[in-house]
Design a protein around this ligand. Sequence first.
Ligand code: PLP
Length: 188
Amino acid sequence: MERPEKSGILVSGWHRMGYTYSDGSYISEMLVKHIKKLHQLVGNVVTDGRLVVFGGGSTQLLNAVVYAFSSNSSLQSPAKVVATAPCYPVYRTQTQLFNSRDNRYEGDTSIWKQNASRVNATFFEFVTSPNNPDGKLTKQILNGSNVKTINDLAYYWPHFTAIPSPVDQDLIIFTISKLTGHAGTRFG
Ligand SMILES: Cc1ncc(COP(=O)(O)O)c(C=O)c1O
């Protein structure tokens, strides 16, 4: 890095000394406001009325979503986690690492294209757009009331791709790793 001394940040001693903010929440309203402002400026995602949840990088959030929406009912098969190949390998490695009885990694999405809605299980379809590793803009393949689409838009920024329109989906994950390159800050 050239001239690192020019990029110093001063953090006041009083700043962020408690768990909560002045409104009693655990999440900084000021930060939420600035995140929404940035997205509105760039025009990559609809933010009106959206709830913003922070995580330790998007890696944590990718699995948190799968965990949060997996049913632990014995009447249903474990949820099926799928992604279209070639895909970011962490969808598979993380699902397998946590080895939950409530969800399993089930490989390529296309295998389930014809029959997902008839299967008695929740599907989590990871949609990565632009995709890692091939950079293609992609769309969900599965449809049905038992399908939850997790839109991983880590690279949906103008320095990686054209932004044809703001994305308007229920569940979208972004990360500072790819926006500014601050991967070590672990913020998604
Ligand atoms: C598509 C995609 N999603 C998520 C991540 C992980 O990002 P983070 O650093 O926020 O965990 C990466 C990192 O390479 C990625 O390529």
